[in-house]
Every structure is written in C-alpha cells, then in structure tokens.
Design a protein around this ligand. Structure first.
Ligand code: ZN
Length: 320
C-alpha cells in the first residue's frame, strides 16, 4: 500500500507579495496563489491578507492539511512564532503571527525567518537531504543565511543567528547597510555588486558588457554579467571569479569555526553557475584548515521557483 501523503500550507511573506501554496510531503505544489502584501497598510492588513489567502487556497480543496508554515523576513523568536521588526514591513514591531493564524484556523503553525525556511526546504526536499549539517546562503538583494546543525536550524539565543551576509572580510572595506564595514553583503548583495561593476566597467572599454547594456550603465545586472561571461568576456568572468573569491573567504571562516564543510547556494546570483561555484570551492579549499580540505562541498540549491513556498511548508513537515 502506498504511504498516505500529508499536505501543508507554505506561506512566503515578502515585502511586496505573499505567496501561498498547498505542498505535499514530497515537495510538490498542488495549488498556489500570490497576493499583494500591502505592507504600507500595517501588520493588521497584512495578517487579514494572509487569512483571506489561506481561505481562498483551501476552499473546495480535498487535501488534508496537517499544518501551516510561514517564512518571513526579520527575527523570529524560536518556537514562539513572534516576528520582530522585519526590515521591509514598516510599523510591524512585534507580532505573534503564529498564534493569530493558529487560532483562526485551529492548526499548528510554524514560523521562521525566510532564510532559515529556505535552509529547511533544502534539508527536507533539496540538496541538503543527505547531509547532517550544512550552511545555506541565498544571494539576492541581501545575502541571507541559515545554519543547519545535526538536521536542525541553529537559531542562537534569540533567533537572530545565521546572518552570514554580515561576516566582514575586510575591516576597512566598503560600508554595509548594517553599519559595519566590509561585510560580505557589501560585495555580493545585488545593489552593491551592480554599483561596483558599473565603476569597474569604465576601465574596460572593450568589454562585451557595453554592447549588452546598450552603453547604458544603469542597465548593468547579474543577468548581463552572466551573459557576457558565457560569451567569453574576460572582464565579466573576472567579476564572477572575484565574487567567488570574496564569498569563499567568508565561508572559510565558517568552516574553521563550525567544522561544517557543505555550502548550498541559492538566489538570483547563484545563476552565475559553475564558474562561481568553482571559484568559491577553490578559495575555501586553498585556505581552510587542512583536516577539512577534502570534505568541502559547494552545491547549487535544488529548490528554485517557489523555493519560498516549499521552504515554508517544510517547516511543518520538519516538525511532524
Ligand atoms: Zn553588514
């Protein structure tokens, strides 16, 4: 007899949109919807939007839902479902979203930071399945991180652990949004990367990038950097190699401190693919303490589209 499948609702709460889906315990999305967050209207409106989204998703649905998982920005108190000051949801302060949603639907609700949810997603359905411990990095506007130790997220004392984007690789480096200097996010964060490439490109008048951006520096993006590199442009290839070198330097410190040697990388910039991954691995292998060297793995995230929904649903399956 086939194993009876379980289903969960996964909710990816972001600054501009809320994505909700019904997901099976094998990681398949059976139904999904996207709503506007309406973050400017405050937390009450956001929660009303989530509730109506869940109602819409489950109306006429035949799936038996075992729980609801929510991945959201900001610090989430471990095990309590309280979300504190998410950076892109103004006026939020402290909201016990877990309790509110659980009461409304009489279901177990699991809430975690979105980067942690992405890591649990990879652990449950993706590239992390066969590892006990790994570090997940999501490269986007910011650089998000989740640390999995013995198949569990390491939350720290208050739920704020895993901010890999704010490891400094140069104490005199560029100023980061967080107030510190030389943070990895100040090199690999989308805006910072674009800005740096714009500056450097001026010194490379022969780069193929110029044609791809129509001589308009505001059009520099990870996508055209990648395209130029794939067409053999040396400058674009050096940007990707340099990025791998920077990320690899930060990951080397993590390896040495935690003795975790598996890195799973997701998010838009991970699309740089092989050349980025090779550069990261080469840097770590060269620099890390000798006993760890042969065990270094740098892998692409498996969950790509809808990683947010799947990761949030995995919060439920991880507990059930
Ligand atoms: Zn920082």
């Amino acid at each position: 007899m086939n194993k009876i499948q379980k289903y969960a609702i996964g909710i990816d709460l972001g600054g501009t949109s809320i994505k909700l889906g019904i997901v099976s315990d094998t990681g398949k999305i059976l139904k999904k919807i996207t709503l506007r967050t309406e973050a400017d209207k405050g937390p009450k409106k956001i929660i009303d939007n989530i509730i109506s989204g869940i109602n819409e998703l489950t109306s006429k649905s035949k799936y038996k839902i075992v729980g609801i998982g929510i991945g959201c920005p900001g610090v989430v108190t471990p095990g309590k479902g309280i979300v504190e000051n998410p950076p892109n949801l103004p006026g939020w302060n402290k909201v016990n979203i877990g309790k509110i949603i659980s009461k409304e639907f009489n279901k177990s609700v699991f809430v975690d930071n979105d980067a942690n949810a992405a890591a649990i997603g990879e652990l449950t359905f993706g590239s992390g399945k066969k590892y006990n411990s790994f570090i997940m990095i999501t490269l986007g506007t910011g650089v998000g991180g989740g640390i999995v130790i013995d198949k569990k997220i390491y939350h720290g004392d208050f739920g704020a652990a895993g901010e890999i984007g704010h490891i400094s690789i140069d104490y005199n480096g560029p100023k980061c949004n967080c107030g510190s200097y030389g943070c990895i996010e100040a090199y690999a964060g989308n805006q910072y990367l674009r800005e740096r490439v714009r500056e450097q490109l001026k010194k490379h008048p022969k780069s193929k990038m110029w044609k791809l951006i129509n001589n308009d520096l505001s059009k520099v993006s990870p996508r055209n950097i990648q395209e130029a590199a794939e067409n053999g442009d040396e400058f674009a290839a050096s940007v990707i190699e340099q990025l791998g070198f920077q990320l690899g330097s930060a990951f080397t410190s993590l390896c040495n401190v935690l003795d975790i040697s598996v890195f799973i990388i997701g998010g838009g910039i991970a699309g740089f693919g092989g050349p980025l991954f090779d550069s990261i691995k080469k840097t770590i292998t060269k620099r890390v303490l000798a006993p760890i060297r042969p065990r270094v793995r740098v892998l692409p995230a498996k969950l790509k589209n809808d990683a947010g929904i799947k990761g949030a649903s995995a919060l439920v399956f991880h507990h059930k």
